[in-house]
Design a protein around this ligand. Structure first.
Ligand SMILES: [Zn+2]
Length: 234
């Protein structure tokens, strides 16, 4: 009886130590890998994500949607609140075509980086406009100009967002010749990359022409285009 009691106690102590250690390790692992900032996916894969910033806008959004549709490719659109207010229809088209919609701030104020007091306001205002226009709440945030900082990360964490930057910059906003964009993307791209393009810029841009070259070339090379959420889900 006493021996059986001892065996039971030893068993219980072992279980407590083991489970405590397992939970402890998994917690530490989760905390140690809990970064919410993504430049690319580190998964060994041929998946890549096209992203379009600064719309929605009548100038390019619809043309880009048509090119994506032609190749059956899904992308992610980081939209600006003031543009949603002015141009809700292109956002509805993005949603109807099944692309991912993500938050790129309300005002896209280029004069300064987001700070603690305005980061959450910018995120919330844009999110409400997205929700009121297409009925979804985004989970990804890209700060204007990619100007990430500790305040942005704190705000994103509080709002339940991941911060998404990029690993390939096409410089399409500089009116870069489409062939140069093609060369740059195709010579440097790796599986897991997040490619930055724009569906609105103040001046003329070469996004549509470059896109029509990039997509078929990368499809030929075996790449698969996915949304950013799909790319970083693991
Ligand atoms: Zn932007």
């Amino acid at each position: 009886m006493r021996r059986s009691f001892c065996r039971t106690m030893i068993f219980l102590i072992c279980i407590t130590i083991c489970t405590g250690s397992i939970f402890g390790e998994s917690k530490a692992f989760a905390e140690g890998n809990s970064s919410i900032v993504f430049w690319r996916s580190r998964e060994p894969t041929k998946k890549i994500a096209l992203t379009f910033d600064d719309g929605p806008h009548p100038r390019y959004t619809e043309r880009i949607l048509k090119i994506l549709d032609k190749y059956g490719v899904k992308a992610t659109f980081f939209v600006i609140g003031v543009n949603i207010q002015n141009y809700p229809e292109p956002l509805k088209l993005i949603r109807a075509a099944g692309h991912e919609i993500a938050n790129h701030s309300y005002s896209h104020d280029n004069s300064k980086d987001l700070n603690a007091s305005n980061a959450i306001n910018e995120m919330k205002s844009c999110e409400e406009l997205i929700y009121n226009t297409v009925g979804i709440r985004p989970k990804l945030f890209r700060p204007p100009r990619g100007a990430n900082n500790a305040d942005v990360e704190r705000a994103a964490r509080e709002m339940g967002y991941s911060v998404v930057l990029w690993s390939v910059d096409t410089l399409d906003w500089k009116n870069t010749p489409p062939e140069d964009i093609l060369d740059k993307v195709c010579s440097g791209v790796h599986g897991g990359d997040i490619i930055l393009m724009h569906d609105y810029t103040c001046g003329k841009n070469t996004t549509c022409d470059a896109l029509s070259l990039i997509i078929p070339r990368l499809l030929e090379e075996g790449y698969e285009f996915v949304t950013v959420s799909e790319l970083i889900q693991n």
